[in-house]
Design a protein around this ligand. Structure first.
Ligand code: HEC
Ligand SMILES: [Cu+2]
Length: 310
């Protein structure tokens, strides 16, 4: 379908669906798009034709047109056809809707991951306690259930990775579930609910990798985070801090960070947990493991930059 490719290239259509639930959403999009297109044409084309066909051609404006009463077939048609179209749209929607939530078959593995929307990053928690920020890793061809929420102290966000499904609100204190099942690949998404100054920087990414690779990575990652020698601190800095303090900590929406401002771990932890002035409490519910990862990363990073004169 050449026209489909053309539309897709122009960015007017949804991205290609790569999960069964997203495929259903895509199917719905195309059927509703076709019906809406049909309606548009059936109104717009006669409108343009009539404008030319029945224009006044210099006749006096006071001359009345022919008085026509009743056109039963026409009236029936413009009542029944729209009803028929709405019934088709409704029936097709209800036919496709149930499959938008994926259910695990008997004995099928299901991995549940908690997703928290926060100003201005996504925090993921795996069943074994491992944490990831912004970038989620997931096993291929496995049912992954996302439990989406936000901390009470935060604002509302919306988790959206279009290739893998619809938008789901991340509401403080409430949970919304969605799921996906995808092939190996990288799927991009973003926050779809305006949530503050750095909303546009609230990007999400899901990297789907082979199951074996995923399982061993997850185990190692949890152990490394427990032992305090993972990349969690760097992930936290990039995801939770640089969006305001700049990619190099040079300052953006917030002030620049320096070895002086981050050397006191207690002080940093206090600011990150409670916020300060215009800085939100970005790490309000972070546990000690998360906070230690951040503070030790910051100390190392800014000490190095101090030596190199940057
Ligand atoms: C939403 C934007 C935003 C985010 C995200 C953010 N900050 Fe801030 N930060 C600020 C602002 C604004 C200030 C200045 C606060 C004030 O009014 O005193 C600040 C101040 C600070 C200070 C004090 C600086 C000084 O010179 O005294 C530190 C330290 C700090 N932030 C660390 C962090 C760390 C670490 C993170 C990531 C975990 C982070 N911030 C995330 C906006 C942000
Ligand atoms: Cu957001």
């Amino acid at each position: 379908m050449g026209s489909t490719i053309l539309l897709a290239a122009s960015g007017l259509t949804p991205v290609t669906a790569d999960s069964p639930n997203a495929e259903r959403i895509e199917d719905l999009y195309w059927v509703l798009c076709a019906i809406a297109g049909l309606v548009l044409l059936s109104v717009a084309v006669p409108l343009v034709l009539f404008v030319f066909r029945y224009r006044s051609r210099g006749r006096d404006r006071t001359i009345e047109g022919p008085q026509i009463h009743g056109a039963t077939r026409l009236e029936l048609a413009w009542t029944l056809v729209p009803i028929g179209l709405l019934v088709i749209a409704l029936a097709f929607t209800f036919y496709k809707l149930p499959g938008i939530t994926l259910e695990a078959q008997a004995g099928e593995r299901e991995l549940e991951i908690r997703v928290e929307g926060r100003q201005f990053y996504w925090q993921y928690e795996y069943p074994n306690g491992a944490i990831a920020i912004d970038k989620l890793r997931a096993p291929a061809n496995t049912l992954v259930k996302l439990v989406i929420t936000a901390p009470d102290s935060d604002v509302q966000h919306s988790y959206w990775v279009p290739g893998l499904g619809g938008k789901f609100d991340a509401i403080p204190g409430e949970t919304n579930d969605t799921s996906f099942k995808a092939k190996v690949g990288v799927y991009k998404g973003q926050c779809a609910e305006f949530c503050g100054t750095q909303h546009a920087a609230m990007l999400a990414e899901i990297e789907v990798i082979p199951v074996d690779e995923f399982d061993s990575w997850l185990e190692q990652e949890a152990e490394a985070q427990e032992a305090g020698d993972s990349d969690l601190g760097e992930e936290e800095f990039l995801g939770a801090c640089t969006k305001c303090h700049g990619p190099q900590g040079e300052g953006l929406v917030g002030p620049g960070l320096s070895s002086a401002s981050v050397s006191d771990a207690e002080n940093v932890a206090q600011i990150v947990r409670n916020g300060r002035g215009r800085m939100p409490a970005v790490g309000e519910e972070w546990d000690d493991r998360q906070m230690d990862a951040l503070t030790s990363y910051l100390r190392k990073r800014f000490a190095e930059e101090g030596q190199s004169g940057g």
